[in-house]
Every structure is written in structure tokens, then in C-alpha cells.
Design a protein around this ligand. Sequence first.
Ligand code: NAD
Ligand code: MG
Length: 396
Amino acid sequence: MAEKKRVSILGATGSIGQSTADVIASDPERFEVSTLTANENYKDLAQAAIRLNAYSVVIGNSTHEEALREILKGKGVSVLSGQDALIHAVQPETDLTISAITGVAGLKPLMNAIKNSTAVGIANKEPLVAAGAFVMEEAKKYGTQILPIDSEHNAVFQVFDFDRSEGIERIILTASGGPFRTWSAEEMAKATPEQAVAHPNWDMGAKISVDSATMMNKALEIIEAHILFGLPAEKIDVLIHPESVVHSMVEYVDGSVLSQMGASDMRTPIAYTLAWPERMQTPGERLDLTQMKELHFEQPDVEKFPALKLAYQCLEKGALSCLLLNAANEVAVEAFLRQEIGFPDILNIIEFALANEPDIKLESLDSALEADAAVRKSVSDYIDQELSQTKTKMKA
Ligand code: NAD
Ligand code: MG
């Protein structure tokens, strides 16, 4: 038997983290688990550590450290806590890290993982959107293989000829269209967090589920594709495909279109990443084409879902705009989930942020983080004003 692959998971208690744990647990001969992290959910973190026989765990919120230690007493799992420990969670000589923290909060831990791992599987798209050039530069510097986990980018990765990319005409990212694909603008204006989080095809964390409802998820994925595959915006297209069977396509100059298909189960792209460059049996769902009566493909409605237009505008304007788009979206989605703003406010807030660029040059990771913090502050202030307006309107 070959040596086991040493794997760490950043964001082990989330939807991607737990699916990763399922795949690892299905083949314990193949993997050994080094470090697992979470921010708040120490109970699930402890369970995952016991299930996967992990060497260590890191909990971001230090107030949970004692309780976590208590559950893991006598289990031989080392426990650390705090933001600094979270950033440095991945230890040298890790074979593969799965980066599955939501948001730019995952950027520093990802950078450390790139330094200390042979390969990094990235589900966490926000750092790529906010600071993609720095992330890819770091991977180049340390010779770290980046493996996309996001289903569309994983699909593209599987059929993308990296050695002869001049033969590639375009990438076609597929989009389910989210829970509001068939809703009118009037209906969407009243959408609640509960409705937005109920995705028709995929079971995901709250933030990415809201992103699917605004189609900001696809907007982020357009930028993510640009970063991962180095293609200009005009070579990245989006098609609505409500069945989520074709996970994305690469069209070559001779007219050949290569796609990767599968059930809508993240365990397949996760297993691809875990086993890469090999393949492994996967506990996930299987695609049964005989059960698929029809597959639909249509152009997205960019008037109803302006997020897509914004992504192309941001790519044209440059890295700072992409960062603003992401930061404003993160703050707006959190406010929407707390029911402080309405669903259409998310896009309004992003447009506000894009119109008010901070005067910061993106010349280093630190300047990117500084810009990110500046946008969050200005957007939060804007939300406070918006909110008071809404309150006034409601009283009237
Ligand atoms: P989730 O909300 O279910 O889990 C998030 C994880 O990140 C948790 O383990 C949590 O502890 C950790 N985390 C959250 N905030 C943190 C912080 N401030 N510091 C440290 N850790 C923190 O999210 P998810 O659905 O698993 O998504 C994770 C990432 O993967 C996102 O970037 C998402 O866009 C991407 N992604 C998810 C899916 C999916 O099917 N869920 C598909 C494609 C891409
Ligand atoms: Mg995706």
C-alpha cells in the first residue's frame, strides 16, 4: 500500500468540510488527517476529529477552547484556538489542504496552506475573487498545485488542456439559476432569507445559497474562472442549466465542446481533488441519464440578475473592483441574513461600493486586506443609513 495522503481541512464543519470528511471516511486506508479547523462550531469540530482520527484541531473563537478540550480529552487530538492559530493551522509537509472557509476570512489561512502543502483544493472562491493574483503568485512561488473544488471550475479543470490552451475558444460556466430563476422582480423584492437559502439542487452553506439566489455566486465564479484559467472575460460565458447535470464546458477552436457531468453532489469534485491525480470510488450520488428526460440550456436574464453584468464590468476595471464586489457582497449578505435589509438591497449595496472605490493601490496582500477592510466599513455605514431610511419608510 502506498503511503497515506496527509490532508488538512480549513472549515471542516461546513457543508464542503463535512462532504470532504465523508469522502475521507469512505477510504481510511488512503488518507490520514492532520488538522481540522472551524470558527464557532466546536462540537461538530470535535466529532469530525474523532471520526477522522485527526492529529489536531483549531477553533477560531477561543472561548470554546476549554469545552473543545473537554470533549477531546484522552483522544490524542491536540487543541489550539484563536485567529493566529487558525491562520497557521496547516503545518509543513501537508500533502493536501482543502480550503473551505466561507469568505475572505479564509484568505490568510489559504496563503499559509499554499506555503505548507503540496496541493491545495480550493472551494473557498472569495479569496480568489478578492486577491486572486496574490494567491496564484504564492502557489507559483512554492510550486503548489491548485485544484478547484467549486463544481464548475472542477469540471473545467477536468477538460481543460493546460498544455495547449491556445486551442481553447471559451469556457462555458453553467448556472442552475438559483431558487428565484422563475420569480418576478416583484416577488424577489419580498424574498426572505429562508426562501433565498432554499436552493433547488444543492445543499450548501447560507452565504453561498444567498449568492445563488442573487446570482452573485455565478458572478464570483466568472472572476474565479479568470483567475484559475487565465482567460480574458470575453472567453468566459454563462449558460443557465436548471438541471445541474453538465457542470461546465470548454469549447475548443475546432468546435469540440468537452464537458464534465455528474449528479449534483459536491462529493464528486471533492473526491476528484482528494484523489488527484488518481481517481477514487466515491460515496456520492450517481448520475442516471435515463432518469433525465430533458436538459435545458438558456441565456441568463442579466436585467433580472444584474450581478452577472457587474462581474464583467469588474474584470474590465481590474483587481480592485473585483475585491470591492466581493467585500460589499459579503457584508450585504450577512445583513440580509440578519434581516436588516431586503433582498434587492444586496445589489444596491454592491453598486454603491463599486461607485465609491477607496484610494488604495493593490500592490501587496496587505494592501488588499486594507482595501477589503475599508470597503466593509463604508458598506456597513451605508447599510446603517439605508436601514434608518427603511425604518422611516415603514413608519410612514
Ligand atoms: P458553510 O457556511 O457551510 O461552512 C463554512 C466553514 O467555514 C465552517 O467550517 C466555519 O467554521 C468556517 N468559517 C466561517 N467563517 C469563518 C471565519 N471567519 N474564520 C474561520 N473559519 C470560518 O460554507 P460552505 O457551503 O461549506 O462553503 C464554504 C466555501 O466553499 C465558500 O467559499 C463557498 O462559496 C464554497 N463553495 C461551497 C459549495 C457548497 O456546495 N457548499 C460549492 C462550491 C463552493
Ligand atoms: Mg459553483
